[in-house]
Design a protein around this ligand. Structure first.
Ligand SMILES: [Ca+2]
Ligand SMILES: [Ca+2]
Length: 354
C-alpha cells in the first residue's frame, strides 16, 4: 500500500499510480491503482500486489518504480525500496538456539533450565552447576539478523544477580550486519541506572527499547556480558526476546504492556555515585508542575524527601547529605531515589559509602 499525499494547492483528479520493476526477483501482479480524486492537502491510498520469485533469499531489497499521473499528465515519479525478509522474531528459547550465536572472551553463554521466564529454558552467562560467572569476561549473545522496520521495539525478560559495586553487567546493543555498533540501548548491572523501583535483582523483569536506525538495514541485537577483575555472582539470564513492530508477540510469555505515560520529566543519575558526604540529583521538567523527589531504602521505606511542591520548567538540582528526615546519618548501602510528577514517575538507584 502506498499513501498518496496531495501537497499542492488544488485538487488532483483521475490519479493513476503505476508500479513497475526491472528486478528479476519481483513480479508485479497488481501494478495500477486509480484514485478518482485527491483533494489538496489530503491523502489517499493506492494498493498494489507484488510477488516474490523463487530463488530470492531474504533479506532482499528490490527497487520498484512508482509513477503518478493526474488528469493524463505525468505528475511525479520515484523509486521505492521494499524490504523483504525477516522483520523481527519472538523466541522463548525452548527449542534449540533459533539462530542465536555466542562468543567473545570467557564465553559462558549457554541455554539452561536452571531459571526461566517462560517454559523451562533461558540463556545464561555463567558456569552451570556452580551458577556463578568469572572475572574479566566480555562475551556476547547475538540475535539472528533481522531487517529494521519502522517503529520497531526490542523486548526481553532478564533475571540478574550482580554485586552492587564495580562494573559487572549486561550491555544491550544494536549492531549492523557487519558487526559494527550502531547503538548502546542500556547497561543493566552494577552501579548502573535501573529504572524499576522495588526490584533490585532476583526477579524477572521486562525490558523494552525502541530501535532506531535506517529502515531496511539488516541488524542484530547483542547482549554483551562484561565483568571487572573482582567479585562475582550468579549473573544474568535472558528469556523471551522479541523484536516486533510495536506489538507484543503472542505465545512467548511476554505480557501486553500499558501505553507509556507521557515523559513530562527526566531524572538524571546522581553525581558522584557512589558517594560519601553528599551527592547531587538533577531532574528536568518539560513544563511546570508539582513534584515529589524522595529517597527510599531498598525495602521501599521513605528515608528523606528532597523536594516537594511546585517547580518551574527546566533543570533543578538538589543535594543529599546522606541523612534521613530526622537529620540522622543513614547506613551505607544502596538507596533508590524517585521523582514523581502527577502520574509520571521515574526511579534510579544510588550507592552511599561511609
Ligand atoms: Ca523460555
Ligand atoms: Ca565483578
Amino acid at each position: 500500500m502506498v499513501e498518496i499525499v496531495n501537497r499542492g494547492h488544488s485538487d488532483a483528479t483521475d490519479v493513476t499510480a503505476s508500479l513497475g520493476s526491472d528486478d528479476p526477483g519481483i513480479v508485479v501482479t497488481v501494478g495500477v491503482a486509480e484514485v478518482q480524486r485527491v483533494a489538496a492537502g489530503e491523502s489517499s491510498q493506492a494498493v498494489f500486489e507484488i510477488g516474490i520469485g523463487h530463488g530470492v533469499s531474504a533479506p532482499y531489497f528490490p527497487e520498484l518504480m512508482l509513477d503518478l499521473e493526474a488528469g493524463g499528465e505525468m505528475a511525479w515519479s520515484d523509486t521505492l525500496v521494499v524490504a523483504i525478509g525477516s522483520a523481527g522474531f519472538a523466541h522463548d528459547f525452548e527449542q534449540g538456539d533459533q539462530g542465536w550465536t555466542h562468543g567473545g572472551s570467557s564465553d559462558l553463554w549457554n541455554r539452561t533450565d536452571n531459571r526461566s521466564h517462560s517454559g523451562s529454558t533461558s540463556w545464561y552467562c555463567g558456569t552451570p552447576g556452580s551458577w556463578v560467572y568469572v572475572n574479566e569476561m566480555d562475551s556476547f549473545l547475538d540475535s539472528p539478523p533481522f531487517v529494521l522496520g519502522s517503529d520497531m521495539e526490542l523486548s526481553f525478560w532478564c533475571w540478574y544477580s550482580l554485586p552492587i559495586y564495580h562494573e559487572d553487567g549486561l550491555f544491550v546493543e544494536l549492531l549492523s550486519s557487519d558487526g559494527a555498533a550502531i547503538d548502546t540501548l542500556d547497561f543493566i548491572g552494577s552501579g548502573g541506572a535501573l529504572e524499576t523501583l522495588g526490584s533490585i535483582g532476583n526477579d524477572w523483569l521486562e525490558y523494552r527499547y525502541s530501535l532506531e536506525g535506517q529502515t531496511g538495514d539488516t541488524v542484530r541485537v547483542r547482549f554483551r556480558f562484561s565483568t571487572d577483575a573482582s567479585d562475582v555472582d550468579e549473573g544474568v539470564y535472558i528469556d523471551d526476546a522479541a523484536v516486533a513492530t510495536g506489538v507484543a508477540p503472542s505465545g512467548t510469555g511476554v505480557e501486553e504492556h500499558e501505553p507509556e505515560k507521557p515523559r513530562i520529566g527526566y531524572l538524571h543519575q546522581n553525581t558522584p555515585n557512589p558517594f560519601g558526604l553528599q551527592t547531587a540529583v538533577t531532574f528536568s521538567l518539560r513544563k511546570s508542575g508539582d513534584v515529589v523527589l524522595a529517597i527510599y531504602n531498598i525495602q521501599g521505606r521513605l528515608i528523606r524527601t528532597l523536594a516537594e511542591g511546585p517547580h518551574s520548567a527546566g533543570d533543578h538540582e538538589v543535594t543529599w547529605d546522606g541523612k534521613d528526615d530526622l537529620g540522622a546519618d543513614v547506613a551505607a548501602g544502596m538507596y533508590l531515589y524517585r521523582l514523581a510528577i502527577g502520574e509520571f514517575e521515574e526511579a534510579r538507584k544510588m550507592i552511599l559509602v561511609r
